[in-house]
Design a protein around this ligand. Structure first.
Ligand SMILES: [Zn+2]
Length: 402
């Protein structure tokens, strides 16, 4: 069978013995290790005495749509010196798969869905998921030991408002360190307990989304670190005041009628949330035109800009002064919708100002990390199992090269 013998596997130290099946959809090849002499792992004497040979099926990379299975003649050697037996291993094989197939799956798991990977390598969903889980368990173990200076704590849901998980990542490298079920005190506290005191002691800054349930766990385990509320979340709190005002004033019809919106105000709703210095003159003119429609909206916009300026302050003292200035400006013409903003400011002031105290270190780095977490949150939807999601997430968020 000269044709069959031309199958080349390009596998190190592997010899093709026989081609069993060569169909368009399936290739099965019998292979064995090139070596005939091995070292005994017990006494390190050389031996070539084969006690028995088993046929082990090993999956390999598919060739296009042709599924490839290797039948590995795996030998059990008997030592002629000490009499002990051992089963051979081979660097190209990783359990029931070739190492190169495992590597390809792990590489693709950073950007493809499990189903897509399965289709690409002609494997079942469960086979792919098992490889991903195995690898992420190794990764998790390695990453958990590495010290982390800036810890990022975030929450995400696998279903809208259901099945929450807490995502803990390294704020400087972007790598996910762990994912735990739920988003409460116990979830974070349990994770930090498992990490151990020595690891916790090395955390200098912890960044959260400002959810009160994490606060207790941070105070207990990371009391020495600076707790910062992620500025993106704070910006969202700030913007909520203006959004509420806009929703009230854009309505032009009488209550009870079907709502009629002022198009000028409604269409500029995103411009209203932008920072004034980020708008070009065209956009600014459109925004100014809309703001002139309603004095309250104009005032609300001024208040929001004033809030944004807190983050531009050169230091903590100046930031604190700007917070105070905002409170005075609000009191001069109190808009009810900004009451919740004031409440959030009062409750989280130390964590908001901590941004400046920590030398604004969280800024640039976190943007990249936040984007990745955003993508992660989108892929989280549709996951049924928190464990499967956790396995995916670890591969999805590897460290960013710095
Ligand atoms: Zn031996």
């Amino acid at each position: 069978m000269p044709d069959s013998m031309s199958v080349r596997l390009h596998l190190y130290r592997i010899r093709v013995i026989e081609v069993m099946i060569d169909l368009p959809e399936r290739l099965e090849v019998v292979v064995r290790d090139l070596r005939s002499v091995v070292r005994c792992p017990w006494c390190s004497f050389k031996t070539s005495k084969v006690h028995e040979t088993r046929r082990v099926k090993v999956k390999d990379l598919a060739r296009g749509t042709q599924k490839v299975t290797l039948i590995w003649l795996r030998r059990r050697f008997e030592c002629t010196n000490c009499g002990e037996r051992h089963t051979e291993t081979h660097p190209a094989f990783d359990k029931r798969m070739t190492a190169r197939l495992t590597r390809a799956i792990v590489r693709d798991a950073r950007h493809l869905s499990i189903t897509e990977i399965g289709r690409r390598y002609v494997l079942s969903w469960h086979t792919v998921m098992a490889v991903v889980k195995q690898w992420s368990a190794l990764l998790a173990e390695r990453r958990a030991k590495r010290p982390c200076r800036v810890l990022l704590v975030d929450e995400t849901s696998l279903r809208r408002r259901h099945r929450y998980v807490t995502v803990i990542s390294n704020g400087e490298t972007g790598e996910v360190i762990g994912i735990v079920r739920h988003r409460d005190f116990r979830a974070l506290s349990g994770f930090l307990t498992a990490q151990g005191r020595r690891w916790c002691a090395k955390v200098e800054v912890v960044v959260t989304d400002g959810s009160p349930s994490y606060r207790g766990a941070i105070e207990r385990h990371l009391g020495h670190a600076s707790h910062v509320v992620d500025r993106f979340h704070v910006a969202r709190w700030f913007a909520s005041g203006l959004i509420e005002v806009r929703r009230r004033v854009q309505r032009t019809g009488e209550p009870g009628e079907s709502p009629v919106f002022s198009p000028t105000i409604f269409r500029t709703r995103y411009l209203q949330l932008a920072r004034a210095d980020e708008l070009d003159s065209d956009r600014f003119a459109r925004l100014a035109h809309a703001l002139m429609q309603d004095p309250e909206l104009w005032h609300a916009w001024r208040l929001l800009q004033q809030l944004y300026e807190i983050y531009d302050a050169p230091d903590e003292a100046e930031a604190a002064q700007r917070v105070e200035a905002f409170v005075y400006a609000w009191e001069a013409a109190p808009i009810p919708e900004f009451r919740s903003v004031l409440k959030a400011l009062a409750e989280w002031l130390p964590e908001i100002l901590a941004f400046h105290r920590c030398g604004r270190i969280t800024n640039g780095r976190l943007e990249g990390t936040n984007n990745k977490l955003g993508v992660l949150k989108r892929i989280a939807y549709g996951f049924v199992s928190a464990d499967n999601f956790a396995a995916r997430a670890l591969l999805w968020c590897p460290p960013v090269a710095s």
